[in-house]
Design a protein around this ligand. Structure first.
Ligand SMILES: [Zn+2]
Length: 1077
């Protein structure tokens, strides 16, 4: 689906007056499923992403993610801000609603009947921009699959003017009826139609065109000279095509399309295919553009644009079977100097994928369209890819290296979709991950191919497995394969970290195990077999199975099923036994952050004393000793024999699948009803390595296995399981291994790969949240950070430190923790500094820039003297002499400058904010203004959030989140929000995702029971039922915060006081030493 955009790029999404929804919109989208039938249309609109909050995590500052995340991740973030018209329908309510609102409608399901399929659409559409209305005619050629006397299709927010139905060229009579709840129209025929009958359904209709970024909508561009230009664009995924024309709006009802668009003379129109002919349309001087017939495709991929004051640059591909024309369209005043990079990446990506998939791109052109108002990062419409401007336009001078990386990922993601998603499409939305997981995975491969020096694959683990495990570790998570029932409107909730990042991680795991070449062969066969058609997940695995056999008798299908149909992921525990000559692997079970929900440890190893002692020496050693005895009876050869025999796996997997299916049926929408997590087991590929510097070896921990011994070639000090981050699971080591790993990290961390280091840190921090690891062990681990220079590892450490600081900020030892953090950053700060890195080879610079941004913002957050000084210097130079600021460091510089500056400087920033032309600059300035220490300015900024002329509705949550990060304004911001809740609700939409993003930004650092109760009480009265799943996730994240404090606070204080004493002792010794010489 739509793709990537970073948190910081979430700007400029609204219509001109800053409100996302016009008054008309409210008529259509009242989430309470109004009693008036007309209004009931809104109830099937969709709920945008729930899980985004997890990606950021309850405790992770969103800003840290800026630019550090890949395309698709940013796509997710955008969904949070996308329209709150999403009123998720509960399936229980559903039947009742149909009965109440559509008693006479001849159909009662959201999925269309399968008696009739569309073959071809002939659509003529006239978007009237000034009137905000559209009118059109559509003639649909239909094929009868089963005898029927009713034709049902989708239509939403449309009015029928007239219709006709021809059967075998003869007009027949029919009765039209509508059901707004289902967003469907039905035509009941006088007599049934049969197989082979040729039917044409013609409809004339009109409807609304809003600035709501769904269906056919109005996008507004403010050019530098203050002029306003209005264009029309489309966003049909997942189910908004029905707002533009009556259609069979399901992904597996593919057809061909012939599109014509009526336009004003000065406008340019674009669609999926090339323009065939232009004719005069009417006496009012209108023209009609007729486009070539499309290939067979799903409705959600159709695209139409009517552009005012746009122009384009173009490029041709060189190595593709036929030259493909790539055009980049943007508003005239922003096109110049900003199109080259996008065109370059798009042409190279087309060449790469055509070669990789060995299937020619079936169209002869791709347009890349930059839009001001766009809810997502980008959308892969076949042949007409739409982008948020900041995800496409790259300016050599002002955009910066991180933008470049971001844009490359987004473009690669969308081009990958032209094959994965467009050519072969998931059968139904529950397999959305087939589209998104693959596009997410392929975007890294594509960027790695085009820019090998960027070493983009080093980000893969942290941004996919790493980021997905956070929401996936909550009890409210869901399986990748959603088990979405027919009668649910909750499709948008699938556009989450699970569909994008977990799916990409699982695909990466399978590819890693099957072998790159075999996997590629399988993908080629899959795409060829299902091209212009639809497929389900299992159909892909079946083909992969044919091409690749996994070692040790585990089948691809069993592995894929376990990880795609079961919720969550496994935790395994690793120890070294028998004189450190054997690895003991035991206890696979689902990892959960909520330690009370279910045991994370089936062996009863978890100590229940709440002291956070993850080592639990007593019990665990006993268990180990016992297991060690057992191990004596079982040698390597026996194990290999078992490995050969994969049958048990299959049987148990089948059993599991049945159980899981039942569970999913019971659960319905995949929410967090209690489930039997202890039944979940996975075949787990464990790539392990030891300190002997050898290559990782692969062994399997299979379902049913609780304790396994693997003999080593020689005694080892430490072991790393899941080396390379290929598997999707967490690994908990015993105390001795952690001690040795920490020694190794602090002595020479390069002995452990950057991915393994990132994984160790991620897992260790997560284990402190559940009391599986002592906080002291974790703190010992991160001390090596002063020598760490890997961007992802540092990003992880920085996020974790900021998160801990947020949790303990009210304690009386917070200063010690801040000292501790300073000790981590001093060395790396001095090394990286503020220079612009010009000496570096350009292509290597995104990762260096990313590290620099992370380290500088870490240092400035801790009031590192030199960091603040340099930032303020640069801010003053910018404010006084307009000296440009390095793009990646803008955020840090504006925040520091305003934090330490007076109200006059704040005013300067405000003036710059008002005239800023790029979304990025606007956001940086807005966040900077929120760093003020002046209560009057805080209040002014808060009041501005209620004034749509000052701050656009879709950026309010940014201001509030930034104010919540500032300890001086946090309480005021939350208080102001609560007092003015009704106004925010009015601006953002009742129960909308934007409203929810504000709430989350304000309270996600909450970490006391008292505050949680208060929050629950406040929100309970706010009619947020339609965002129930998001609320649950928010509450669950806060519970995890509370749990972390209970488990770790005291121990952390002890640790820090000892650490402080140690450093003082060292300091004294140092002084004495100095004195002597
Ligand atoms: Zn996508």
């Amino acid at each position: 689906m739509p793709t990537p955009t970073t948190v910081k790029l979430l700007v400029d999404e609204t219509n001109e007056d800053g409100k996302r929804s016009s008054p008309v919109e409210h008529v259509w989208s009242d989430p309470r499923l109004p009693h008036n039938r007309r209004r009931a249309s809104g109830c099937a609109a969709f709920c945008a992403i729930a899980c985004v909050m997890f990606i950021l995590g309850a405790t992770i500052g969103a800003a840290v993610y800026t630019y550090l995340t890949p395309g698709a991740f940013r796509e997710l973030l955008n969904w949070t801000t996308s329209s709150g018209n999403g009123d998720e329908m509960l399936s229980d309510d559903f039947e009742e609603l149909i009965e109440q609102h559509c008693p006479d409608f001849p159909w009662d399901e959201l999925r269309l009947p399968n008696d009739i399929r569309p073959d071809h659409y002939n659509i003529s559409i006239h978007p009237d921009i000034d009137a905000g209305r559209l009118s059109g005619q559509v003639a649909i050629d239909l094929r009868v699959e089963n005898e029927t006397s009713v034709i049902v299709l989708h239509a939403h927010r449309l009015n029928l003017s007239s219709f006709y139905i021809n059967v075998n060229n003869r007009k027949v009579n029919a009765e039209h009826s509508e059901c707004d709840v289902l967003q469907q129209w039905a035509f009941t025929l006088d007599k049934p139609v049969e197989e082979n009958d040729e039917i044409v359904l013609g409809i004339e209709y009109d409807g609304l065109m809003l600035a709501d970024m769904h269906g056919l909508y109005i996008s507004t561009h403010h050019s530098n000279n203050g002029k306003i230009w209005k264009s029309v664009a489309s966003q049909f995924e997942p189910n908004h095509a029905r707002k533009a024309f009556p259609c069979f709006d399901e992904p597996n009802l593919k057809a061909t399309f012939q599109v014509s668009v009526v336009r004003e003379p000065e406008h340019v129109t674009r669609s999926n295919t090339n323009l065939r002919v232009t004719r005069e349309h009417s006496e009012e001087g209108l023209y009609i553009d007729v486009f070539e017939k499309s290939v067979k495709m799903s409705t959600y991929l159709l695209a139409v644009a009517v552009l005012d004051n746009y122009d384009y640059n173009k490029r041709l591909t060189k190595t593709t079977a036929e030259p493909i024309e790539v055009r980049l369209y943007a508003s005239r005043d922003v096109l110049k100097g900003q199109a080259d990079f996008g065109l370059d990446v798009a042409t190279k990506a087309l060449e790469y994928f055509e070669d990789y998939f060995n299937i020619s791109y079936p169209l002869d052109k791709v347009d890349l369209l930059a839009l001001d108002d766009f809810a997502e990062g980008a959308m892969e419409n076949w042949g007409l890819i739409t982008f948020r401007d900041s995800s496409l336009l790259y300016n050599e001078k002002t955009s910066g290296e991180l933008s470049k990386e971001h844009i490359a990922l987004v473009i690669c993601h969308e081009i990958a979709h032209q094959w994965f998603g467009n050519l072969v499409t998931m059968d139904w939305w529950n397999d959305l991950w087939l589209n998104e997981g693959f596009a997410n995975y392929m975007e890294y491969k594509c960027v790695d191919h085009i820019f090998p020096k960027w070493k983009i694959m080093s980000r893969f683990y942290a941004e996919n497995a790493g980021s997905a495990m956070e929401p996936d570790g909550l009890s409210s998570s869901r399986p990748i394969n959603a088990g979405l029932e027919s009668n649910t409107t909750n499709i948008m909730s699938l556009f989450d970290a699970i569909s994008y990042h977990k799916a990409a991680a699982i695909i990466h795991m399978l590819q890693g195990l099957a072998g790159e070449w075999y996997f590629q062969k399988a993908l080629i066969e899959y795409l060829n077999k299902y091209k212009y058609d639809n497929a389900k997940g299992e159909e892909l695995w079946r083909i992969v199975e044919k091409h690749a056999s996994l070692p040790h008798g585990v089948t691809v299908e069993s592995l894929a099923k376990a990880f795609t149909t079961q919720v969550g992921y496994p935790l395994i525990q690793i120890g070294l036994v028998n004189n450190d000559e054997e690895i003991l692997v035991h206890n696979q079970t689902r990892f959960l952050f909520d330690r009370d929900h279910k045991k994370n440890d089936k062996d009863g190893d978890k100590d229940g004393d709440g002291d956070g002692d993850g080592d639990r020496d007593g019990d665990k050693d006993k268990a180990k000793a016992k297991a060690g005895d057992k191990a004596g009876d079982k040698d390597e050869s026996e194990e290999d024999e078992e490995d050969e025999n994969g049958k048990d796996d299959d049987d148990s997997d089948d059993e599991k699948e049945k159980k899981e299916k039942k569970k999913m049926q019971k659960k319905g929408r995949g929410s967090n009803e209690d489930e039997d997590d202890e039944d979940l087991e996975w075949p787990i590929p464990v790539h392990f390595r030891t300190d002997d510097k050898g290559e990782p070896q692969l062994k399997w921990l299979r379902p049913g296995e609780q304790k396994v011994h693997w003999r080593l070639d020689s005694p080892s000090k430490w072991v790393i399981a899941n080396s390379g981050g290929i598997g999707y699971f967490k690994v908990l080591y015993d105390k001795k291994i952690y001690r040795e790993l920490n020694r190794q990290l602090n002595r020479d961390h390069s002995e452990i790969s950057a991915i393994d280091r990132t994984m160790l840190i991620t897992d260790a921090f997560d284990f402190t949240k559940v009391g599986l690891l002592d906080i002291g062990t974790y703190m010992d681990m991160v001390q090596y950070a002063e020598d760490e220079r890997d961007r992802m590892a540092w990003t992880m450490i920085s996020q974790q430190m900021e998160s801990i600081e947020g949790l303990i900020e009210e304690t009386d030892y917070i200063h010690l923790f801040r000292d501790f953090q300073r000790s981590l950053v001093v060395k790396v700060y001095e090394e990286l500094g503020w220079d612009d890195g010009e000496s570096d080879e350009k292509e290597e610079s995104p990762s260096r820039r990313g590290l620099q941004q992370t380290v500088l913002s870490f240092a400035c957050r801790l009031n590192h003297g030199d960091c603040s000084k340099k930032a303020i210097q640069r801010f003053n130079q910018w404010a006084v002499s307009k000296k440009p600021v390095t793009p990646e460091l803008q955020g840090i510089i504006f925040s520091e400058g305003i934090k330490h500056g007076d109200s006059a400087l704040w005013e300067k920033a405000y003036t710059a904010f008002q005239s800023a032309t790029t979304p990025k600059a606007k956001q940086n300035l807005m966040e900077g203004m929120a760093a003020t220490k002046d209560p009057k300015l805080v209040n002014r900024l808060l009041r501005m959030t209620l004034d749509s002329k000052s701050i656009k509705a879709n950026t309010i949550h940014w201001v509030l989140s930034a104010l919540a990060k500032n300890e001086l304004s946090r309480t005021a911001a939350w208080r102001f929000f609560r007092i003015n809740y009704d106004d925010y609700e009015e601006i953002l939409g009742k129960g909308s995702n934007l409203l929810f993003a504000c709430i989350r930004g304000l309270v996600d650092k909450t970490s006391t029971k008292h505050d949680l109760e208060e929050l629950k009480e406040f929100l309970e009265s706010k009619n947020l039922e339609n965002n129930r799943s998001k609320l649950e996730q928010l509450f669950e994240n806060i519970e995890v915060n509370i749990q972390w404090r209970e488990l770790n606070e005291e121990k952390l204080e002890e640790y820090l006081r000892e650490w402080d004493e140690r450093r003082r002792r060292l300091h004294r010794r140092h002084k004495q030493f100095e004195g002597k010489f």
